[in-house]
Design a protein around this ligand. Structure first.
Ligand code: ATP
Ligand code: MG
Length: 560
């Protein structure tokens, strides 16, 4: 596609227009600015792909900036997890930055603002200040502290910094306009007192800058050309610009804030605060629980970075918030896993089949391909013997013509093996089928003749040899929430929609080649879905997560 006809999203148009109107390509610089107060989620993937994608498109640097202005909620653990996730998604940042590295510069600028009469220390309670804030249609009222002298402000601000005041007693406010139609411009708070140790600056500071005061100035310090954030910051843009006006040097680049829509995924929540609640209340086992919408959860579930990037690319960048169905994410996951996953056989709900005309004690190894989508994946061998497992639901005593699986008197092919015929079955006292007796056709072995010379039967089943089966713990997942948009109900908390059956743990019987599978390895269990090895696996105890089911369970499996 030539550049001219390539369709650009509106964010790329903004950058293109700026390039046409005088920005040089060399000036472009972007950033991804997470607050380290939780693990990244699938919504963040949109922001990461947007910012780092722009970096790749324009060959421009992208900073990873931690917006760490709130020591009460931020931790090093989150910093480490965020770095791991961004790298896992496949992106490289130019420099790693921290808003906390700018605390001194921000403080110096705040002093300048005080000296210019543009900031003051307020000693009212937060309730009093809230009362004076007014409403969107009604102007606010000035604080009684608004007009204290520069010297007095400097002296009290110094005491704030020196830790002489308790939390909640003093704040530094920008002196803008208590009658502004934009409530955020009504003397916003720049600093508050917090006697909390910070994960990087430790106890150096007991006043901390607010997000609005920090963000734009950090962009400016880093000379970020475009600061893209989500729509809830649209109203903050006026304040972002006001704060920049106070410090920007005409010879330097002035960052530009623009907004795009937050991405929401169905049947989950994408908010660190809510995800933290799920962790803290033990609804899940941790931030990386495979049911979580976090990148670490998706990774553990078996998602590939490619599938997430493709999903993000498909949903694009929007100007309005909307809900994306999780099935679209799963579509991209299957699409990628189909190409890369080795095929293996495992039986998750077994019933024993005895092949009565197969010699007892004999084992033969049958060749089977690792991935029909990828010839380079090669072949492997699976053991066949007199006793095998098949899925319970693949057998019925009686069934109509459309049931292409095994029924009494009927034939099926065992994947990469022989054709078997069900002759009889044994039941327990409750009437459950506990064993099926079959005969096999020794001349029907897969690959033993030409495609034409081989007898064909309609159905093909996966199976494992009983004597060789590896037992594994298999964790099956369902949606974590029963509602497609659990956190948008006015009268109900999102926690009320937790799906009580989102995890089911069973024992699976797997082909022996999986004995060497390692944590993170992904497979297609034929006819069942995609599975990956969980990090809980230990020597001698395999644990698998079901990543996602196959759309088409068995009709497509070739008669091989
Ligand atoms: P959360 O509510 O989960 O804490 P946040 O916006 O407070 O989200 P930040 O760590 O501040 O989280 O986000 C870093 C960047 O990612 C910001 O630019 C933010 O706008 C963007 N972002 C966060 N959530 C989403 C989302 N759901 N869709 C798109 N971008 C998002
Ligand atoms: Mg936040």
């Amino acid at each position: 596609m030539s550049e001219a006809v390539e369709s650009l999203n509106f964010i790329e148009h903004i950058v293109e227009d700026d390039l046409k109107n005088g920005y040089s390509k060399k000036e472009l610089r972007f950033r991804f600015p997470p607050e380290p107060n939780g693990y990244l989620h699938i919504g963040h993937a949109s922001s990461i792909c947007l910012n780092f994608g722009l970096g790749l498109r324009y060959d421009a640097p992208v900073n990873l900036r931690f917006d760490d202005t709130n020591p009460a909620k931020e931790e090093q653990e989150y910093v480490d997890a965020i770095k791991k996730d961004v790298e896992w998604l496949g992106f490289k940042w130019d420099t790693e930055r921290y808003a906390s590295d700018y605390f001194q510069q921000l403080y110096d600028w705040a002093i300048e603002l005080i000296k210019q009469g543009k900031a003051y220390v307020d000693e009212q309670s937060s309730e009093q200040m809230a009362e004076q804030k007014g409403t969107p249609t009604q102007a606010g009222t000035n604080s009684p502290f608004r007009d204290r002298s520069v010297d007095e402000n400097l002296a009290i601000f110094q005491k704030m910094k020196d830790g002489e005041f308790q939390e909640g007693t003093h704040v530094l406010r920008a002196k803008i306009d208590m009658a502004s139609s934009n409530m955020l411009m009504r003397d916003p708070i720049m600093y508050r007192v917090l006697h909390k140790a910070h994960h990087r600056t430790n106890t150096d500071w007991c006043i901390y800058p607010m997000y609005d005061w920090t963000h734009g100035e950090s962009d400016y310090i880093e000379q970020v050309s475009h600061s893209f954030c989500t729509l809830e910051f649209a109203m903050h843009r006026e304040l972002y610009d006001w704060f920049l006006d106070q410090v920007t040097d005409a010879n330097k680049l002035r960052p530009k804030q623009r907004e795009f829509a937050r991405r929401n995924l169905s049947h989950t929540v994408v908010s660190k605060r809510k995800l933290l609640q799920l962790v803290e209340q033990n609804v899940v086992t941790g931030w990386d629980d495979p049911r979580m919408s976090t990148l670490s959860g998706l990774r553990r579930r078996g998602y590939t970075p490619e599938s997430i990037r493709n999903f993000v690319e498909t949903i694009g960048i929007a100007k309005r918030d909307n809900l994306i169905d999780v099935s679209l994410l799963e579509f991209h996951l299957r699409d990628h896993l189909n190409k890369i996953s080795p095929r293996v056989m495992g039986v998750l709900d077994p019933v024993k089949v005895v092949i009565t005309n197969y010699p007892e004690g004999e084992v033969e190894w049958l060749q089977t391909e690792n991935n029909p989508e990828d010839a380079s994946a090669g072949k492997r061998e699976v053991p066949f013997s007199r006793e095998i497992y098949i899925e319970k639901e693949d057998f019925r005593e009686e069934a109509n013509r459309k049931f292409f699986r095994l029924k009494l008197g009927g034939e099926v092919r065992l994947k990469s093996g022989f054709i078997i015929k069900a002759e009889s079955c044994t039941k327990d006292t409750d009437g459950n089928i506990i064993e099926i007796q079959c005969t096999y056709d020794p001349k029907s072995k897969s690959g033993s003749g030409t495609e034409e010379s081989l007898r064909k039967v309609k159905g093909t089943l996966h199976w494992v040899s009983v004597a060789h089966a590896l037992k594994a713990e298999v964790r099956l997942y369902d949606r974590l929430f029963t509602d497609e948009s659990p956190d948008t109900h006015k009268d109900k908390d999102f926690m009320e929609f937790i799906n009580p059956n989102s995890l089911k743990v069973i024992t699976g019987y797997l082909e022996p080649s999986l004995a060497t599978a390692k944590s993170g390895d992904r497979f297609q269990f034929q006819r069942l879905g995609y599975f990956c090895v969980d990090p809980d696996s230990k020597e001698g105890k395999l644990v698998f997560n079901k990543t996602v089911g196959l759309r088409d369970t068995w009709a497509k499996v070739q008669n091989k």
